[in-house]
Ligand binder design. Structure first.
Ligand SMILES: Cc1cc2nc3c(=O)[nH]c(=O)nc-3n(C[C@H](O)[C@H](O)[C@H](O)COP(=O)(O)OP(=O)(O)OC[C@H]3O[C@@H](n4cnc5c(N)ncnc54)[C@H](O)[C@@H]3O)c2cc1C
Length: 421
């Protein structure tokens, strides 16, 4: 057992994933989380995990937690689709994802409830995660670093990791030229129980689809279904974990993307009820099924966010302090890569630190090598998701006419419409 200590700021997806990997490799790891308790904020949206996210979880988590993660993802026994449509669900194009009836092909993307995944990752870390500890700054020295908290306390560690998300206090201090740009788009996100009065709000024809409906005035409506492969209560019991599943029912996650000049910022400080009312108003031109999602939404889960995109550090000094995930490379949700890239960072950083310890190499060299490799794939994803966001919220009238009217009309001649009842 070696004596390398690691302090991680942020118990989100990347922080918890890294903690598991390093603890398994014999590091002394402590995680410091700003929130006072695990579930005080609704973080109830689903994310698509792709082959990078799945591989990272497989590498980092203890095998029984990885199996529990797989058990609570969406089923993969039917072909999946990502469909781009006009506001009335007339199809413009679609991407197809192959099915995997065995459920064990880890290259097949699937849906996971973010809060459920985070709860699974808290298992086994009960003594390592400290809630109510808001990191405010960090200082590096030749033999380690110090992490300071808002309550005046501090800890020393061999390495400090900023995994404190999009508003990272450590990034503001150490990479001041990397404040993420605020894009021209806003997102309103919500969730709605899938089953109402015994009926599914999503027809079979769309149950394995993510749909982005492009609407008027550069607005877009996205939705997808979060169905659990195995009921979380039974999966958590089967794997004998101490945690309680935070979400137990299937749901529809939806999001409205709108230009900032139409955003709720211009509507003053909206409560969740008012935000939902605003969401209802701006979706009146969309297909009735999409309006139903908003009408029946869970008020508490509704949130509005400015869509942001990271700036690549022009000079990223190598020290005993580094960053992972949204803290350094937040990206628009278009493309569904933010969380996957954050998990990939955790796996890569774990690999570099473990190799440095095994080979008796300098930890800073490992951090430098991580930063170099990570910057390449992460900022490629930032650029790709920015491009996709622009394409989906285009204000070009000709382009919009072709996308929203001409193509769906031509396709309606050759294809049957998507059944929505
Ligand atoms: C609606 C929506 C849909 C998305 N869909 C997808 C998707 O389909 N696929 C995908 O890959 N990604 C998706 N993402 C992005 C994904 O959720 C994030 O990229 C991912 O959660 C980032 O992980 P992280 O570990 O960097 O940060 P987070 O998971 O955000 O964790 C950061 C943690 O740090 C804590 N914290 C903050 N400040 C401090 C502080 N000062 N001190 C201590 N702790 C602090 C926070 O409370 C939080 O727990 C989506 C995002 C949204 C909003």
């Amino acid at each position: 057992m070696h004596k390398i200590s690691v302090a991680i700021a942020g118990a989100g997806l990347s922080g918890l994933c890294l903690a598991h990997a390093l603890i398994r490799a014999g590091f002394a790891v402590q995680v410091y989380e700003r929130d006072s308790a695990p579930h005080i904020r609704r973080q109830g949206y689903r994310i698509t995990v792709d082959e990078y996210g799945i591989a990272a979880l497989q590498r980092c988590l203890p095998p029984h937690l990885f199996k529990l993660f797989l058990a609570t993802t969406s089923p993969t026994d039917e072909t999946g689709y990502f469909r781009v449509t006009n506001q009335k669900l007339g199809e413009i194009f679609r991407l197809t994802f192959r099915s995997d009836p065995s459920g064990i092909d880890l290259r097949t993307p699937r849906q996971v409830d973010r809060q459920t995944l985070r709860t699974i990752m808290l298992e086994g870390l009960q003594d390592s995660v400290h809630f109510g500890k808001e990191a405010v700054r960090a200082e590096s020295a030749s033999d380690g670093a110090t992490l300071h908290f808002s309550d005046g306390s501090y800890v020393h560690a061999s390495i400090i990791i900023g995994a404190d998300g999009v508003n990272s206090a450590l990034r503001k201090q150490l990479l001041p030229d990397c404040e993420p740009e605020v894009t021209d788009s806003w997102g309103i996100f919500g969730r709605t129980l899938l089953i109402h009065n015994g009926h599914s709000l999503v027809p079979n024809s769309l149950s394995t689809s993510g749909v982005f409906a492009m609407g008027p005035s550069s607005r877009g409506f996205f939705f997808t279904t979060m169905k659990f492969r195995e009921a979380p209560q039974s999966a958590f019991a089967r794997f004998k974990v101490d945690q309680i599943p935070p979400v137990t029912e299937d749901y529809v996650m939806w999001g409205i993307v709108l230009p900032k000049e139409q955003s709720p910022e211009h509507q003053g400080n909206l409560s969740k009820e008012m935000l939902l009312r605003f969401a209802k108003e701006i979706t009146r031109d969309f297909h009735p099924m999409l309006q139903r999602f908003v009408e029946r939404a869970d008020i508490d889960s509704t949130m509005a966010v400015k869509v942001r995109a990271a700036r690549k550090p022009s000079n990223w000094p190598v020290s005993r302090i580094t960053f992972m995930g949204d803290a350094v490379h937040v990206m628009p949700p278009t493309g569904a890569h933010g969380g996957n890239t954050a998990l990939r960072d955790a796996a890569l950083l774990a690999e570099k630190l473990e190799a440095a310890v095994t080979q008796g190499e300098d930890l800073e060299k490992a951090v430098g090598s991580y930063q170099e490799e990570m910057s390449i794939y992460a900022f490629r994803e930032v650029e790709a998701s920015k491009k996709m966001l622009k394409r989906f919220s285009s204000k070009n009238p000709l382009m919009n006419w072709v996308m929203l009217r001409a193509i769906p009309w031509m396709r309606s001649i050759t294809n049957k419409p998507i059944p929505t009842e």
